[in-house]
Ligand binder design. Structure first.
Ligand SMILES: CC(C)(COP(=O)(O)OP(=O)(O)OC[C@H]1O[C@@H](n2cnc3c(N)ncnc32)[C@H](O)[C@@H]1OP(=O)(O)O)[C@@H](O)C(=O)NCCC(=O)NCCS
Length: 184
């Protein structure tokens, strides 16, 4: 059981950490940081099927073209954008209207420090107000951190598509994860 001083210290640290990390909606001025973080993830070879590079101007257009149900957030730590996250409709079919695909990207130098977990928890909190009842993630084969992030945030593994896409000409499996936000 935690002692009172230990609990007070944890609560103080949580307050300091939440002050230091701010999650807010992405704006045009974040385009460069978002592109740079995206390109770092692409370099891992296991984060996404997308190819870089993503210059600021290209990301600015991408941000401007996103609808209200496809928002992008950034996390600032001490005034620097260190992570971004996004939701997008899973399908154009109306009966899947309540399902969104999520993405979370953390700058290489700050991975493993809890930023990804905070970003995904925030997406889970925001999604119902956007009319989503479920979040789905598509995790490429070999992305151990991406899978751990999802499972740690209460997602369940649905299954694995075999040879679902290609990176640099090589087939990649994709594991689907989901978390229902409404069902018991
Ligand atoms: C996946 C990613 C977003 C995780 O963010 P992060 O800030 O590094 O993750 P956190 O520190 O919040 O850790 C989240 C969980 O993943 C685990 N984890 C983190 N890095 C890991 C690694 N390399 N291998 C295994 N598990 C890892 C943590 O232990 C934690 O687990 P817990 O919830 O059970 O404690 C980050 O690694 C990243 O940006 N990768 C490149 C982009 C990407 O692959 N995005 C996912 C596609 S949507």
């Amino acid at each position: 059981m935690s002692t009172a001083p230990a609990m007070a210290r944890r609560s103080m640290l949580e307050r300091v950490s939440s002050r230091a990390r701010l999650i807010r909606r992405a704006e045009g001025r974040d385009a460069g940081a978002i592109g740079a973080i995206y390109d770092e993830a692409i370099a891992t070879g296991v984060a996404t099927f997308a190819a870089g590079p993503h210059e600021a101007a290209e990301r600015r257009e991408w941000l401007a073209a996103r609808g209200v149900r496809a928002p992008v957030w950034v996390m600032e730590q001490e005034g620097t954008v260190q992570a971004w996250s996004a939701l997008a409709p899973f399908s154009h079919r109306p009966w899947y209207d309540g399902v969104a695909e999520y993405t979370v990207y953390v700058a290489a130098g700050t991975r493993g420090a809890g930023l990804g977990g905070e970003m995904l928890a925030q997406l889970v909190r925001e999604a119902p107000a956007l009319g989503y009842w479920k979040l789905v993630g598509m995790i490429l084969q070999g992305n151990d951190a991406g899978l751990a992030l999802a499972l740690g945030a209460g997602f369940r593994e649905v299954g694995t598509h075999r040879a679902h896409g290609r990176v640099d000409g090589g087939w990649r499996d994709v594991t689907v994860v989901e978390r229902h936000l409404d069902a018991p």
